[in-house]
Design a protein around this ligand. Structure first.
Ligand SMILES: C[S@@+](CC[C@H](N)C(=O)[O-])C[C@H]1O[C@@H](n2cnc3c(N)ncnc32)[C@H](O)[C@@H]1O
Ligand SMILES: *[C@@H]1O[C@H](CO)[C@@H](O)[C@H](O)[C@H]1NC(C)=O
Ligand SMILES: *[C@@H]1O[C@H](CO)[C@@H](O)[C@H](O)[C@H]1NC(C)=O
Length: 320
């Protein structure tokens, strides 16, 4: 037998056959254990998402969050350095970036006819370089501060119904859209370019199309397109009423009272309420009361990122 070592190492043919059989059995057993779909397996099972087990996204940074962040900056020895050209980092103005985008387009891009049929949501260059993040005097980051303040003021939950008047480029609205359940954020805005920025850049680039915000173009405080049944937990105007004629603000308030949830719903207005103070305190109170509104008070909210505070004025329904 060629298989048997010639110098008689003490292994008989029978032993060899037996070991081969045993090895085959073991192999089959192992194969079966690892490959069969019904065998018990200690591999991690994917978590089953249960709506009521879902961890709620917090609406504000906690003291622990801020301590943690400061410790990370310190542990990494980070400081603001002069922002100059260095390997792979090429600081540019928005204008320069737009010029480069139009002229050079980066390394990978389609040419000719192919350039027009590979991009599902072709976004204008001005928006791609985020020019709309500088549309208002105040920094884009302040949108988060506004969200955090308002969320706290009305005890926002993902089921809250929210209406924004003059959402612009969604500097604030984006944070609501992300937090709220699909369809629960509404906005009336008149500026077409801002709406383009919202629809063509902000929503798709933040992966928020699935949230189906209801954003409607209009400037006459006509809320009929938002449906007649919807009542809101929060109606807010961030840096908007101060830019509107007083008469239009009063028209808005008159039409919005009935759309406010009777007890918990609040109307919050930023910056100032000159539409009210210009009438004189007593006259304003009278006018608010005649609409079924009451002035609750003034709030101050400090920014997380820069030396700035927001001023807010709150109104609620005086009759349930
Ligand atoms: C200073 S921006 C504030 C935008 C946004 N609320 C924010 O905080 O980032 C004012 C916005 O109000 C909008 N607006 C002004 N008057 C309006 C009107 N009558 N109807 C709808 N929107 C209006 C402007 O188009 C603009 O987008
Ligand atoms: C989700 O969790 C809740 C509370 O733990 C439980 O009552 C409910 O039956 C669960 N739902 C599903 C679909 O597992
Ligand atoms: C885009 O158009 C070009 C030219 O008409 C065609 O050859 C190509 O297959 C198209 N590509 C896609 C992804 O539709």
């Amino acid at each position: 037998m060629a298989l048997v070592p010639s110098k008689g190492v003490g292994i008989s043919v029978q032993v060899l056959v037996l070991s081969a059989a045993a090895a085959t059995t073991l192999l089959f057993f192992l194969l079966f254990t690892f490959l069969s779909p019904w065998s018990p397996c200690s591999c991690p099972t994917p978590a089953v998402l249960n709506e009521s087990d879902k961890i709620l996204e917090p609406t504000s940074a906690s003291v622990e969050d801020i301590d943690w962040l400061k410790s990370q900056i310190e542990a990494n020895g980070l400081h603001m350095q002069p922002n100059v050209l260095r390997k792979g980092i090429n600081p540019r103005t928005r204008q320069r970036q737009l010029q480069d985008l139009l002229q050079f387009k980066g390394i990978s891009h389609y040419e000719g006819e192919e350039a027009n049929n590979h991009t599902a949501l072709p976004c204008p260059g001005e928006l791609l370089v985020e020019e709309h993040h500088s549309y208002y005097g105040e920094p884009w980051a302040g949108g988060r501060d506004v969200f955090e303040f308002l969320a706290g003021a009305v005890h926002l939950t993902p089921n809250s119904q929210v209406l924004e008047i003059g959402c612009g480029t969604l500097r604030v609205g984006l944070h609501f859209i992300r937090y709220l359940n699909p369809g629960y954020y509404h906005c009336l805005e008149r500026d077409e370019l801002s709406l383009m920025a919202a629809f063509q850049y902000e929503l798709p680039s933040h992966g928020l199309l699935f949230k189906r915000p209801l954003i409607i173009k209009g400037e006459d405080m006509d809320f009929s397109k938002f449906g007649h049944e919807t009542t809101y937990d929060l109606i807010y105007a961030s840096a908007v009423f101060l830019h509107m004629p007083d008469k239009l603000v009063w028209t808005a308030l008159e039409r919005l009272v009935g759309r406010l949830k009777p007890l918990q719903g609040g109307i919050l207005v930023s910056h100032n309420i000159k539409f009210c103070s210009r009438l004189g305190g007593e006259e304003c109170t009278k006018r608010l009361n005649s609409l079924g509104l009451g002035y609750v008070g003034k709030h101050i909210h400090d920014s997380l990122l820069f030396n700035h505070y927001d001023i807010w004025f709150e109104f609620r329904r005086s009759k349930a």
